[in-house]
Design a protein around this ligand. Structure first.
Ligand code: GLY
Length: 293
């Protein structure tokens, strides 16, 4: 699974970079990357998402445009293969920031975002894992905060105009209560983008991330003059100390400095810049290759 995740993030980063090379916007790039990750069953987003306590998928996603602070999000959608695209439609075609559940589906129909049968998003692997986890239902609260295989996906980008954007998408946490919404679609928590500072996308334990508003906290520290590495490390440390939560972050600043850090055991990440593709999985691992363009 780890190798599949590493390959998935590399493919997504290369696809997004091609969009930027053709002159596409940061927003186009993050949507392209997250769509690729939603389509990849190795991740907990789109196809491959974990199942809730009722044995269904419920998906959350957000997208944010650093130019205007426009944001769009969806939560608890069940039969949308690419929630990030629906989130972008919420941002661009409504006066609202988030649509949820049935309303999100009604909106998807009205703007022609395709729906799929919910079962099409469920892998055999996840169905088997979910059945195994039913045996642990009494321990579910501690499982929420101790298992880190939930693989929320996200992307941040800086384009040639100096605009930044972020996107995050997830199936959430296995065995979550029906209707539970995590950090991912909440702006300032699962992601934030502001041209004056940079863009952030987060993964990890949603309830912890929401309590510390992780994405906006990181950007605040960067705005105060900290480097992205210092900002991310100190905010992840703060989350660990204050609410005992683990997570991971990718961030890029308006000047193009970027960072990928995590307090979870592993997090697959990839970054494309110049003609170099960097990627990793373990905390100390950074591999560099020439970008296959
Ligand atoms: N970070 C994803 C979630 O907790 O839903």
């Amino acid at each position: 699974m780890s190798e599949a995740c590493a390959n998935g993030v590399k493919t997504a980063a290369v696809g997004a970079f091609r969009v930027l090379k053709r002159g596409g916007t940061a927003l186009d790039a993050v949507e392209t990357a997250v769509r690729a990750l939603e389509d990849d069953p190795a991740f907990d987003a789109g196809r491959g998402s974990v199942l809730n306590a009722g044995g269904e998928v419920e998906l959350d996603a957000v997208v944010m445009d650093g130019r205007t602070l426009a944001a769009g999000a969806v939560s608890c959608v069940r039969n949308i293969a690419n929630p990030v695209t629906l989130a972008r439609a919420v941002m661009e075609k409504t006066d609202h920031v988030m649509l949820t559940d049935r309303g999100a589906n009604l909106f998807a129909d009205s703007v022609g975002v395709a729906t799929v049968p919910s079962d099409a998003l469920v892998t055999e692997h996840e169905r088997a894992e979910w059945e195994r986890h039913q045996q642990y239902s009494l321990g579910v609260k501690s499982l929420f905060n101790s298992r880190w295989d939930h693989d929320t996906v996200g992307a941040v980008a800086l384009d040639c105009h100096g605009d930044v954007a972020c996107a995050t998408s997830t199936g959430g946490i296995r065995n979550k209560m029906v209707g539970r919404v995590g950090d991912s679609p909440i702006i300032g928590c699962g992601g934030y983008a502001d041209n004056r500072v940079g863009a952030v996308s987060c993964t990890g334990h949603g309830e912890s991330i929401m309590k510390v508003t992780l994405a906006s906290r990181i950007l605040f520290h960067i705005e105060q003059g900290r480097s992205p590495s210092e900002a991310v490390e100190s905010c992840l440390q703060y989350m660990a100390e204050r609410v005992k939560g683990g997570g991971g972050v990718i961030a890029v600043t308006r000047s193009g400095d970027w960072v990928a850090r995590f307090t979870t055991e592993r997090m697959a990440w990839a970054a494309a810049e110049g003609d170099v593709l960097s990627y990793g999985l373990d905390p100390k691992e950074v591999i560099r290759e020439r970008l296959p363009l």
